[in-house]
Design a protein around this ligand. Structure first.
Ligand code: GDP
Length: 425
């Protein structure tokens, strides 16, 4: 059985916690897109961890953690993350890396920073993890596959060819130090030694596991609104954040993804620039940011303060639809307990007309939020484990959102801890 856990919003919906929770009952956990540019926060018996590249299953001995072909593989980063968790007492995890995954090269990180610098005030607010240059090269067919590390002749020839092209850009466009091909080749040899124990035909492994009836979890990063096709282009990430891409980024048949748990946050938050219709500012935002998440809404990768906003039914319904959600997990609901009234964005006003359908970016820029106010519950709901025990206004808030989304909310998360969850199934 293959199940995907993905985000409906701008990311940071709390997917890490849900993955960690469901990972306990899974045989295999797979990363299928993105790289080390976003993070999951996981709190468990070993402590608090911010994982960026490793799948969330690394804390369980019974799970195999897979990095699929769709991922931007930063090999030194992977090594560091493994060393870090092992040094904190976690038993060495079982890890497999697709031999078709492509390698995030040291120059991808440099080019990411150089381009942001060149753009100045018009920068994308990249995490400078090299993700955009990586995917550009992949589709320009000058990327390096893990398998190529084991073919010295081809590797040498390709390094020379690619470095020649990169150095033209470095010299004439960015005026930065050039890449030495011999040094790069040496770096790639060290990458080969690190990755050799993990590299394999992941697609074959997963297809066999499906036949054997294993439970497989596809772990998405970021959310629908950061998808390069369906998100707030161009303020998006460079690989698809949709569950459908899980089939490609892991190498499994699309029809095997039976369950798509889409994580929706009870209010909105975003890191980086881009359209965000229900964004709030000033004291109102500061208070929500301070109370939000687990100890405040600050990026897991960058530490940047997150932009805050009220729940957006238009964006979330679209987010859930594009994921093909079969069920929704509503998270961080406990945070809203301080409010007398909770505004919820139920429509966008664009050029004097109200729409409930999420539009393209050019129209989003003109959209003004239409709010409806729901009564608050003014109570601490952490520690509650049964749906019926939630305050009435809290249940009304959940049911209002469920109706707007059109997909059952099967889980309500009311705290950052693994067991702070209310099941509604
Ligand atoms: P992800 O990228 O979707 O995994 O999201 P993050 O893990 O970066 O952000 C979610 C933050 O909210 C983390 O700090 C979590 O510990 C925290 N969190 C998750 N679920 C809940 C919840 O139900 N209540 C509270 N208060 N915090 C939560």
């Amino acid at each position: 059985m293959v199940r995907a856990i993905v985000g409906a919003n701008w990311g940071d919906e709390g997917k890490g916690k849900i993955t960690d929770m469901l990972g306990e009952k899974s045989d295999i956990i797979v990363r299928f897109q993105g790289g080390s540019n976003a993070g999951h926060t996981i709190i468990n018996d070993y402590g608090k961890f911010a994982l960026h590249l490793l799948p969330s299953g690394v804390f369980y001995q019974h799970t195999t953690c897979v990095i699929g072909n769709g991922v931007a593989l930063n090999i030194p980063y992977l090594q560091r993350e493994i060393d870090d968790i092992v040094s904190k007492g976690v038993p060495k995890p079982h890890i497999l890396v697709s031999d078709r995954a492509q390698i995030l090269m040291p120059y991808h990180i440099d080019f990411d920073a150089y381009e942001e610098e060149r753009l100045g005030g018009k920068a994308f607010g990249s995490t400078k993890s090299g993700i955009a240059p990586f995917y550009s090269d992949k589709y320009a067919k000058i990327g390096f596959q893990v398998s190529e590390l084991f073919d010295e002749e081809t590797l040498k020839e390709k390094v020379a060819r690619v470095v020649a092209q990169k150095n033209i850009l470095l010299e004439h466009m960015y005026h930065k130090p050039l890449i030495n091909p011999d040094e790069l080749l040496e770096t790639l040899h060290s990458y080969r030694d690190v990755i050799e124990p993990y590299a394999c035909d992941v697609s074959l492994f997963l297809n066999n596991a499906i036949k054997e009836g294993k439970t497989i979890l596809l772990e998405g990063q970021l959310g629908t609104l950061k998808d390069p096709d369906f998100g707030i282009y161009p303020m998006v990430t460079s690989s698809s954040t949709l569950a459908a891409y899980g089939a490609i980024g892991a190498g499994i048949p699309p029809y095997e993804i039976k369950d798509i748990i889409t994580v929706v946050k009870a209010y909105s938050s975003a890191v980086g620039a881009g359209e965000f219709v229900s964004e709030i500012f000033g004291d109102e935002a500061d208070e929500l940011r301070r109370r939000g998440g687990d100890g405040g809404e600050f990026g897991a990768t960058t530490g940047r303060p997150r932009r805050m906003g009220w729940f957006d039914c238009v964006a979330s319904r679209y987010g859930v639809r594009m994921q093909g959600a079969t069920e929704v997990a509503l998270t961080v609901l406990d945070v809203l307990g301080y409010l007398d009234e909770i505004p919820v964005c139920v429509g966008y006003e664009i050029d004097g007309e109200v729409t409930k359908d999420f539009p393209v970016t050019a129209k989003l820029k003109k959209a003004k939020p239409v709010y409806e106010k729901l009564p608050g519950w003014k109570e601490e709901i952490r520690g509650i484990t049964e749906y019926e025990k939630l305050p009435e206004n809290c249940r009304k808030y959940i049911e209002f959102i469920e109706k707007e989304l059109g997909v059952p909310i099967t889980m309500v998360s009311n705290g950052p801890g693994r067991h702070e969850i209310i099941n509604r199934k």
